[in-house]
Design a binder for this molecule. Structure first.
Ligand SMILES: [Zn+2]
Ligand SMILES: [Zn+2]
Length: 458
């Protein structure tokens, strides 16, 4: 569809040169000038696209040229059904600013620091699957212009059992404007990634199809007004906060509460924002790890599971020098060893509980506003008490062993060493749970179409 005007070849938007380039005849075009050539006038409200819908998870990707999509970027499935369709012309776009190679570099830099990341994350064949996608976002225009006021009173006298008050009314002239608040409108692009990768509003341009050349687009499957309440609340809170900071208004000293500023949504626009997206599906095809690179800023948000084999190996490697340090040197007194045991068990207790909290939040989608709103009727509540108990007893026993040895007052070194070793074994056991939980947290269930039981659709 976006053909080179010189030779009819396939073109691609190049973020480095900020030009649409043709590899066949080496032509380069200004994206904005090319608009006239492909005859996309402002009056065009619908764009021709090919949609690829994944029969495994239901995600739909769009392409605006002849590019074929061979796999789903959310679940990796190859079962895609394509269809020609017309889609609404978005209003704005932030063009890709970094290339796929730069995105891969940023990703490699991030995992390079981690010793424990699974080997498959580093393979060229994995990294190659990064895909440049424009995600649909709702961009809000919000504001308020007018008065706000608040009434209050201050007691100035107490006489013969009566209170005397001065009444006040504090009002203020407000002009508040909020531009560039945005929320993503693709439900499978989880908030935990989109929130971690904020976009900068300064690069927003009027939508131009030429920027899509060579890239994909995610389809909008969340209603544009889904986040209205949330976004209004955020803006109103912020405006009220600003107001309370204005000391000259003296709300408090006049006994007035700071009034709510009725900021409201003036406009909603659709913007396409760039990300590089990678899904890594496990062997059993039930878990997926996502890596997302912001195509504007190059920031990376990703799941970083721990490779269990590497973890064991590293622990053993660290255990050897630790063992020699403790057993040979006069550095550490036998009794001190038990304190180390206690320290480890308490540390592990804090770590595992904070991690369990995080898993609970994640699995109940507590931080995913889109999910919360879209699925009020199927709120997940998870029973976690058992899991807390299941974990905490190991650290508790570990602590008790070391503690009892420390207070036993014995002069036998073997008691201290024996207790310390036993105590550390329990901590290791708890750490094993910690690794498993960490991996649970840094993964998502492979998205699947919700299968309805019975024939309720009949
Ligand atoms: Zn050409
Ligand atoms: Zn899929």
């Amino acid at each position: 569809m976006i053909k080179c005007p010189n030779c009819g070849g396939e073109t691609k938007y190049n973020p480095k040169e900020k030009k649409v380039t043709c590899d066949y005849c080496n032509s380069k075009f200004e994206p904005k000038e090319l608009r006239t050539i492909i005859n996309l006038s402002k009056e065009v409200k619908k764009l021709d696209a090919t949609s690829y819908t994944c029969s495994q998870c239901g995600a739909t990707l769009l392409v605006f040229d002849d590019t074929a999509i061979t796999f789903c970027n959310y679940c990796g499935s190859n079962a895609l059904v394509n269809e020609k369709m017309k889609v609404n012309n978005p209003d704005y776009i932030i063009p890709f600013k970094i290339t796929k190679e730069e995105a891969i570099k940023a990703y490699r830099r991030k995992i390079g620091r981690s010793l424990l990341v699974p080997r498959s994350f580093k393979l060229d064949t994995t990294v190659e699957k990064f895909r440049g996608i424009y995600m649909p976002y709702c961009i809000y225009d919000m504001g308020y212009e007018g008065d706000v006021s608040s009434r209050g009173s201050v007691k100035y006298l107490h006489l013969f059992g009566y209170d005397y008050y001065h009444d006040y009314k504090v009002s203020a002239q407000i002009k508040a404007n909020y531009d560039g608040f945005s929320y993503d409108l693709a439900s499978k692009f989880y908030d935990k990634y989109s929130m971690a990768l904020p976009f900068q509003y300064k690069d927003v341009e009027e939508f131009n199809l030429n920027y899509m050349s060579g890239y994909y687009a995610d389809s909008k499957d969340i209603d544009i007004d889904t986040y209205d309440t949330q976004i209004t609340k955020i803006a109103r809170n912020d405006a009220r906060n600003e107001l309370s900071k204005k000391r000259s208004l003296k709300f408090a000293s006049h006994g007035c509460v700071v009034p709510t500023v009725p900021v409201s949504i003036e406009n909603r626009k659709i913007g396409m924002f760039p990300v590089y997206f990678l899904a890594m599906v496990n062997k059993d095809k039930d878990i997926v790890h996502y890596a997302v690179v912001n195509g504007q800023t190059g920031k990376v948000a990703m799941d970083m599971p721990i490779d269990y084999k590497k973890y064991i190996l590293l622990s053993l490697l660290l255990a050897v020098p630790a063992y020699f340090l403790i057993s040979t040197g006069p550095l550490v007194q036998p009794k001190t060893v038990t304190f180390i045991g206690m320290l480890f068990s308490v540390m592990s207790l804090f770590l595992s509980n904070s991690q369990l909290d995080a898993i609970k939040r994640d699995r109940e989608h507590l931080d995913d506003k889109g999910y919360q709103i879209a699925s009020d009727d199927r709120k997940v509540k998870m029973k976690f008490t058992e899991r807390y108990i299941k974990h905490n007893w190991k650290q508790t026993i570990s602590f008790l062993i070391s503690f009892l040895a420390a207070v036993s007052g014995t002069i036998e070194d073997t008691v201290y060493y024996g207790a310390a070793i036993l105590s550390l074994l329990f901590v290791l056991w708890a750490f094993h749970d910690l690794v498993i939980e960490h991996n649970e947290l840094s993964s998502s269930k492979l998205p699947q179409l919700e299968k309805r039981g019975g024939d309720e659709n009949a």
